[in-house]
Write a protein that binds this ligand. Structure first.
Ligand SMILES: *Cc1c(COP(=O)(O)O)cnc(C)c1O
Length: 368
């Protein structure tokens, strides 16, 4: 084989970090791989496929409708586009010049993050409300105008008790008939999040197919209101509109459908037990090293209800140094540095069978 990673001189990475896109996200499930393989062998009508895959995924996830995008970021972009234009076909080519249209998207200042560029890049204006310390219902009420296309909600670690709660946001949005879009890209597990936000009244919830769903790396899922999903389809490939450069292949659609089916039927409790075992294994091994203390940390960096190991490095080691050493060493291992203290974090969700041992052994080598 001349088309494998080794032939390019690329080292495999042991991922004890997270489903980071820069490391290739998650590893695809066998179910998704087989579905992509089968899909690649047959021509189909792509409009029909997107519609029928959407219908099946909607029913599996207890939603009105669903759309397969090339990733959660593309899903956010298309969701915004749909909220701006509505079903008006004549507005397909309007981007990014949105003068005279509803072109404002409201977001809490505390929710700003690197992914919200997906909203701005099609010409929408982000209207920030509140500040780093909190947001009030009045802040939201006063920001709503006849220019408001949508309200964005980012679910994740940035959520703070002082922010405006999703239930309050939805309540206020409903009064003015404004859609709420939830970025839940990394909010699996728990599997119930696939329906939780839309059942709460959010118009759309967006998930990554290439994170814990273990679907195609270049896939994402937009779930929610039928009318908005139909408008997203209008803007998406193979139609020529703002979503055409983010084309979704038949392989991604069938792969993501298989991944969702698998994920719904997974034994999530057994998976959590396995993660707990890995964390205990790491903690026991690492606590034998003088000057090092390891403990269970919960929930993890994305706010998912799964444990990870936090390794406190004491005075003699520096977290960034250790992260670099692990990545440069043999084998190449990726872990995260804590943002708040001199510690590194080990994630049991992304390591494969047999890799937890390798990670522990490398750490013992480096830290003793
Ligand atoms: C990962 C992530 C995204 C992007 O997901 P992709 O499927 O890689 O496009 C968007 N928002 C948040 C909060 C994420 O964590």
């Amino acid at each position: 084989m001349t088309s494998n990673y080794a032939s390019l001189g690329i080292r495999p990475v042991i991922n004890a970090n997270a489903t980071l896109t820069k490391l290739g996200g998650s590893l695809m499930s066998i179910e998704a791989r087989e579905a992509m393989q089968t899909a690649a062998h047959q021509h189909v009508d792509l409009h029909e496929l997107q519609q029928k895959v959407g219908k099946r995924i909607a029913s599996l996830t207890k939603n009105e409708a669903a759309y397969v995008s090339t990733g959660a970021a593309a899903g956010l972009l298309l969701a915004t586009a749909a909220c701006i234009t509505g079903k008006d076909e004549s507005l397909k080519y309007v981007f990014p010049n949105l003068d005279g249209l509803k072109n404002e998207v409201i977001v809490q200042k505390m929710h700003r993050n690197t992914y919200d560029y997906a909203v701005i890049e099609i010409g929408a204006k982000l209207i920030e409300i509140g500040n780093e310390d909190g947001t009030s219902p009045d802040d939201l009420q006063e920001a709503i105008t006849d220019k408001t296309a949508a309200i964005f909600w980012f679910q994740g670690v940035m959520n703070q008790p002082s922010e405006l709660a999703l239930t309050t946001v939805i309540e206020i949005a409903n009064k003015s008939n404004i859609p709420v879009i939830v970025d839940a890209a990394a909010q699996l597990p728990p599997v119930s999040n696939l329906w939780k936000f839309t059942k709460m009244g959010a118009s759309l919830a967006v998930f990554s197919g290439g994170k814990d769903l273990a679907g195609p790396q270049a896939s994402g899922l937009v779930l929610g209101k039928k009318e908005l999903i139909e408008t997203i389809r209008m803007h998406g490939a193979p139609n020529h509109s703002v979503g055409r450069p983010m084309k979704v292949g038949k392989e991604e659609m069938m792969g993501l459908l298989a991944a969702v089916e698998r994920y719904i039927n997974l034994d999530h409790a057994a998976r959590s037990s396995l993660f707990e075992e890995r964390v205990s294994f790491w903690n026991n091994g690492l606590n034998k090293i003088k000057g090092i203390s390891a403990e269970r940390d919960f929930p993890n960096e994305a706010g998912q209800p799964e444990p990870r190991t936090i390794v406190h490095l004491g005075e003699h080691f520096d977290k960034d140094d250790i992260v670099e050493k692990l990545f440069a060493g043999e084998p190449c291992i990726s872990v995260a540095a804590s943002e708040t203290t001199n510690a590194i974090l080990l994630n049991p969700m992304t390591v494969q069978e047999g890799e937890a041992e390798i990670v522990l052994n490398r750490l013992i080598e480096i830290l003793t």
